[in-house]
Design a binder for this molecule. Structure first.
Ligand code: PLP
Length: 285
């Protein structure tokens, strides 16, 4: 089946879906994006994803090119045209097309909008979750506002590649104080030996993941102990369990960090239970 993408007002075949060479998203990474999970053809947590999109746009002073309702209609149309049962939808909004100049275009230009969707293999995701993943730690060399979901992801790209070259699947960023901030495209969590769930507080050093928020709700509903605070690599090595959360992977157990087994080296009961519990707390669109 041919794939369809929405690009600046038109639904196009994938091979015809192109952006201008002076699109500021392409030249300066001057844009933001969102990734939303699709299950049974329906969006998960779209309200929160669209709210975060608006926050990211506001932070960069890019205007929302249309109402959230209109954008929602386009997103649903892309899902339907691509017949996505289980997969993801990707939305990117950039400052637009203008003669190359670092300063914002004057007069203002219309923001660029791209929406595309992709099927995911549910069996592959379940297998990853059943086996758990290995991660490696890398220095966090990103800019100071990674709470804004910009398309400027070069450090994340290099971190992920470094992980793969070391036989792992993902990377955990370590800040200058030696604390873990987050993974290359997910939030990082540990379960301490005392049974507390620890994830970094949502400051400007992490993306405030939507899955992270839903998992926090699930943890509260279960009456488990939560600590939103910085935690060190040494603490992670000594943890009973570790896992990551993101819209594409939900809750994914981490069984090795830098080659060291976490707990008994197998997906732990807390991460496995939270993976199931997630769906009771997510909003289905
Ligand atoms: N942190 C980073 C750097 C990410 O890129 C992502 C997702 O892409 C997340 C965290 C998790 O966010 P969410 O749960 O909204 O997918």
């Amino acid at each position: 089946m041919s794939r369809i993408a929405y690009v600046n007002g038109r639904y196009l075949q994938f091979r015809e879906a192109k952006v201008h060479i002076e699109d500021r998203g392409y030249q300066f990474a001057d844009g933001v994006y969102e990734v939303c999970e699709v299950r049974s053809g329906r969006l998960l947590d779209s309200r929160r994803h669209l709210e975060r999109l608006k926050r990211s746009l506001d932070a960069l002073r890019i205007r929302m090119p249309m109402s959230a309702t209109a954008l929602g209609v386009i997103i649903r149309e892309v899902i339907a045209r691509n017949r996505i049962g289980y997969g993801i939808v990707y939305v990117q909004i950039g400052r637009g097309v203008a003669r190359r100049d670092h300063a914002f275009p004057r007069p203002d230009v219309p923001p660029s909008v791209v929406v595309m969707a992709r099927r995911l293999d549910p069996a592959r995701n379940e297998m990853l979750a059943a086996n758990g993943i290995a991660v490696v730690s890398v220095p966090d060399n990103r800019w100071g506002r990674v709470d804004i979901k910009t398309v400027g992801l070069l450090p994340n790209v290099l971190a992920r590649q470094a992980a793969i070259e070391q036989g792992a699947r993902d990377a955990w960023f370590i800040d200058k104080e030696g604390a873990i901030t987050e993974a290359a495209s997910a939030n990082a969590w540990i379960v301490t030996q005392a049974g507390a769930l620890v994830t970094r507080h949502a400051d400007q050093a992490i993306l405030r993941g939507i899955t992270r928020m839903v998992v926090l709700d699930a943890i509260k509903a279960q009456g488990l102990r939560i600590e939103e605070r910085a935690f060190s690599l040494a603490e992670a090595y000594a943890a009973r369990e570790a896992f990551v959360t993101s819209a594409t992977t939900i809750v994914l157990p981490v069984v090795r960090i830098d080659g060291r087994a976490i707990g008994d080296g197998k997906p732990g009961p807390v991460a496995t239970a939270l993976r199931r519990e997630f769906f009771r707390h997510a909003e289905v669109g």
